[in-house]
Design a binder for this molecule. Structure first.
Ligand code: PPS
Length: 197
């Protein structure tokens, strides 16, 4: 960080923005292997929230990597920087009063813990999209596991790059048991209770 910077006091704070929006801002942080179903769940969840009149924003791995993070690859250091930037953006959107849904592999516990700190512990809900590697590989919706197994993609999560599952996520979605409507309903249910708490 540069020196000679001074945090500026703002006339409207986060609480006032949230009141103006009439909702409790939060980051719903989806983590899981490639092909686990993060984007599918995130999209259906955002649709359900928008239908309830909520102001949302969805940050999705592939999309963010085509813009804000286009300079980053898949080394451990680049994934760390990817998640750091996403956490900062999610923090800004939460500060703006939005319900943010993020769908990133975010494979490392330390980076997810940093994201929680940046966003604020009280506004961070970790959702583990728990699909076993064998099932992700069987689905292989983008053909990436096939390429990784052939050695055409290096540092592929679950193959030659680590995924550290959350130890104590707020919500765990077992996609072998929970279908899409059930997964969305479980998250909405959790959110309802969280909003009332
Ligand atoms: S990370 O680990 O959180 O920084 O990754 P993320 O930003 O979520 O990007 C994951 C998507 O990038 C594609 N892709 C790869 N994933 C994992 N490992 C490697 N090496 C890789 N190369 C490309 C892939 O489409 C991921 O999308 P999802 O939706 O997770 O399948």
């Amino acid at each position: 960080m540069s020196t000679n910077l001074m945090s500026q006091a703002l006339a409207v704070d986060a609480a006032r923005r949230a009141r103006a929006k009439g909702q409790k801002p939060v980051a719903l942080w989806l983590t899981g292997l490639s092909g686990a179903g993060k984007s599918t769940i995130a999209n259906a969840l955002e649709l359900a929230l928008v239908e309830r009149g909520r102001h949302t924003y969805l940050l999705d791995g592939d999309n963010v990597r085509m813009g804000l993070c286009r300079d980053l690859g898949f080394s451990d250091a680049d994934r760390e920087e990817n998640i750091r930037r996403v956490a900062e953006v999610a923090h800004l959107f939460v500060d703006a009063g939005l319900i943010v849904i993020s769908a990133f592999i975010s494979p490392f516990r330390r980076d997810r813990a940093i994201a929680r700190e940046v966003i604020g512990n009280g506004a961070f809900i970790e959702i583990f999209v728990d699909t076993p590697l064998a099932e992700c590989e069987r689905r292989d919706p983008k053909g990436l596991y096939g390429k990784a197994r052939q050695g055409l993609i290096k540092n592929f999560t679950g193959i030659d790059s680590a995924y550290e599952p959350p130890v104590d996520p707020h919500i765990r979605i077992d996609t072998l048991k929970d279908d899409l409507p059930t997964a969305v309903a479980r998250i909405l249910d959790y959110l309802d209770k969280w909003e009332r708490a």
